[in-house]
Design a binder for this molecule. Structure first.
Ligand code: ADP
Ligand code: ADP
Length: 230
């Protein structure tokens, strides 16, 4: 079943077109890699799909509902409840422990402290980061920080996780560990993942790959021309 769909997305920054008419479907529970060289429009596409950036033309549908027809408040609620985001690095609040960081979205959603902490610890455990629950980001390795950021993105139980070069700042081993945990959790919980990467070894974790080139889907499907390190 299609959960997320893009139809004819066009988006420019000033005179520069970043997306030139992208059609895309993401099925429920599917891990989709969006690949292609730097500057081809991957991040712009991800931001449009996640309802963060408004396309100039075309539309994004979530569960058949057009994001553009929702009120700002409803779009914002959808982002908080149905979507999770994981970026390359540095999204954790430096003053808070790992567990407090992961609990934050639940506290903002009105959950009680005890319940939020229990869920945070459970998610840190699931992402193989329980050992750093009481550490602050500055005391954690890059890999630990990203697994913690992943726990925070997933703690609200999103239907779609948007991950933009999530291993971009990690060494190969830490990257494999993060992707292994992420894909396992996504398959277990039927969470769809849109995984943006320029790296073939990262895309290999996905169920399917869509290659972008110059803001359009590359019909040859071969968007990967970069050297491969995770
Ligand atoms: P990718 O994620 O594949 O590297 P992006 O979506 O970031 O590609 O960028 C696509 C194109 O849009 C590039 O030419 C980039 O320079 C341009 N671009 C991206 N963001 C901005 C911005 N905020 N302002 C101006 N140009 C931008
Ligand atoms: P700005 O106008 O500030 O440069 P945008 O034009 O990208 O920024 O608009 C961002 C706003 O567009 C956000 O408030 C977001 O909720 C909204 N938005 C995101 N996706 C869509 C969509 N598919 N249709 C309509 N609005 C959207």
């Amino acid at each position: 079943m299609t959960l997320l769909q893009a139809r004819g997305l066009v988006r420019s920054y000033g005179p520069t077109p970043a997306l030139r008419g992208v059609d895309l479907e993401v099925a429920e529970g599917e891990i989709l890699a969006v690949t292609g060289p730097s500057g081809c429009g991957k991040s712009t596409l991800l931001h449009c799909l996640a309802g963060i950036l408004r396309p100039d033309e075309g539309e994004v549908l979530y569960g058949g509902q057009r994001l553009g027809t929702l009120s700002e408040a409803d779009r914002s609620r959808l982002r908080r409840t149905a979507f999770g985001v994981l970026f390359q690095f540095g999204q954790l609040v430096a003053e808070l422990s790992a567990a407090e960081n992961v609990a934050l979205p639940l506290l903002l959603a009105g959950k009680g402290r005890r319940e939020a902490r229990a869920a945070a610890l459970e998610w840190l455990e699931r992402l193989d980061a329980a050992d750093v629950a009481d550490a602050r980001p500055g005391e954690m390795s890059g890999g630990q920080q990203q697994r913690c950021a992943a726990a925070r993105a997933l703690v609200t139980g999103p239907k779609v996780l948007f991950a933009d070069e999530p291993t971009g700042a990690l060494d190969a081993l830490a990257g494999e560990r993060l992707l292994g945990q992420l894909t396992r959790v996504a398959h277990e919980r039927r969470t769809s993942v849109v995984l943006v990467t320029h790296d073939a070894s990262v895309a290999a974790y996905a169920d399917r790959e869509v290659a972008l080139r110059d803001g359009a889907v590359d019909p040859s499907g071969l968007g990967l021309d970069m050297p491969t390190t995770v």
